[in-house]
Design a protein around this ligand. Structure first.
Ligand SMILES: Cc1ncc(COP(=O)(O)O)c(C=O)c1O
Length: 452
């Protein structure tokens, strides 16, 4: 029995299966790691894996970055937690974020994870506008608390658990498979008509919450001008624009704040994931002063929200992004990565579309008839793991492999990954065509037998 098998055996009788740990792989292959460094992960038996998931973008600075580890130890030796009091680290981090923020006069509120930041933003919308609902988008993901779940359009959650619907939903542009059948070259943002209708006809909408690119649902980018149009609509209707940059911020799209890439200033920005370098759960709501002063002290927060340990580590985590030019690296290496993928897979019959910006790239797989290759993409993820590649699968049809490595990945590591990924794709593809061929041969045999 391997060490990993021993661990999985213990987990069988001790670990509940409600999160993603058991979701993506066959039971016996459930990934399990004991060590990480840069873009590499190691299992208990010493096997190495190339990490293309980066803790869902919570590790933009890579695994166990030495400066962030040192900062964690330093803060742990000094002050970890106080709860309902201030700390030097909390004030310094707030000042840093406020100065960096594209929103004028930004005030910052801290919490302990993405979903709680989303909940906080929804409360601010209610308090500031007096309206109870927000508009969210199809295929978006904002977390798994009941408030954030209530905006998640996966039927499983809403129907199974009867989560109340406190949102309206509009189309997120998905130009490769436009739900309205439009072509990108000739479309006039018809996907936004439903949004405009909602704003004209419903009078309880206080805000729009939007991801700068679809994250959990496959790295799909909106067309140019989308964010600006949202800003204009929010201004016309006197409602708030919330940019959920929990996954796409902090360099993932090549800029500290993703909204800056779209030349748009939202009213509220949400950050989490890599904010504390993947070392400690921390989220931040950044908002205009008059919005952030609307609720009374004590309304938002939780015991560990903005703990000195988290804030101290976050200051260093942001410094690493700044000092190591991770935003620029993300843009330059992302362009390189995308181009190399396009070159390598230009003749491939299953790779249908490569979308993305900077180091947030989605590779979409189709069957020869143009249908989403959902099962084959699942196989690519499974075979990838067996070959030492940790891959994430997403997209509305679960046929996109998301590529979100640490932003300090090197060109050599990208080249190595593409070589290994190509082998995995070819293996799955060959198996697919072999099965098709065998089925065709069987059909011919049956036909011949019928004709005898
Ligand atoms: C865009 C976005 N918002 C919110 C969340 C929820 O964050 P958390 O899992 O920390 O609650 C996620 C998580 O993946 C996310 O990608």
């Amino acid at each position: 029995m391997t060490k990993k098998e021993k661990y999985l055996k213990i987990a069988e009788n001790s670990l509940a299966r409600m999160d993603n740990s058991y979701k993506y792989f066959p039971e016996e292959d459930t990934p399990l790691f004991v060590k990480g460094k840069g873009v590499r992960l190691y299992d208990p038996d010493g096997n190495e894996y190339f990490d293309m998931v980066s803790g869902y973008s919570a590790l933009n600075q890579g695994h166990t970055h030495p400066k962030i580890v040192a900062s964690l130890l330093n803060q742990a030796n000094r002050l970890t937690h106080t709860s309902a009091t201030l700390s030097d680290a909390k004030i310094e981090l707030a000042a840093k974020l406020s100065k960096m923020s594209p929103i004028p006069d930004t005030l910052v509120h801290f919490d302990i994870g993405g979903a709680r930041a989303v909940e906080g933003a929804k409360i601010l919308v209610r308090a500031y506008t007096g309206k109870s609902k927000v508009i969210s988008f199809t295929n978006s993901f904002h977390g798994r608390s009941t408030g954030s779940l209530s905006m998640y359009n996966a039927d499983t959650f809403q129907h199974l658990f009867n989560v109340p619907r406190d949102y309206y939903q509009s189309n997120y542009p998905y130009c490769y498979r436009c739900p309205l059948g439009k072509e990108k070259s000739s479309c006039s943002f018809e996907c936004m008509d439903s949004l405009k209708d909602l704003l004209e006809n419903k009078h309880d909408i206080g805000g729009i919450i939007v991801e700068p690119a679809l994250g959990a649902r496959g790295y799909i980018l909106p067309p140019e001008g989308f964010y600006k149009k949202l800003r204009r609509l929010c201004d016309e209707h006197g409602i708030l624009l919330i940019s959920d940059e929990i996954q796409m911020g902090l360099g993932r799209l090549g800029s500290m704040f993703a909204c800056e890439l779209y030349d748009t200033v939202p009213d509220i920005i949400l950050l989490s994931k890599s904010l504390a370098g993947g070392m400690w759960p921390l989220s931040a709501i950044l908002g205009r002063k008059e919005i952030m002063e609307i609720v009374r002290p004590g309304t938002l927060g939780s015991t560990f929200a903005g703990a000195p340990l988290a804030c101290g580590v976050a200051i260093t985590s942001l410094e690493v992004i700044e000092n190591e030019n991770l935003c620029e690296r993300s843009e330059i290496l992302g362009n390189y990565f995308k181009k190399e993928l396009e070159n390598r897979f230009s003749q491939n019959s299953m790779v249908a579309n490569i979308d993305g910006m900077a180091l947030a790239i989605g590779v979409e797989f189709n069957l020869p008839n143009g249908d989403p290759a959902t099962e084959e993409t699942k196989k690519i993820q499974h075979v990838g793991l067996k070959e030492g590649l940790l891959l994430q699968r997403g997209g509305p049809f679960k046929n996109i492999i998301n590529m979100i490595p640490a932003l300090n990945i090197t060109r050599e590591e990208i080249n190595e990954f593409i070589d290994r990924f190509e082998q995995v794709v070819l293996k799955v593809e060959n198996e697919y065509f072999q099965i098709i061929e065998e089925n065709q041969m069987n059909d011919i045999k049956i036909e011949r037998a019928d004709n005898l």
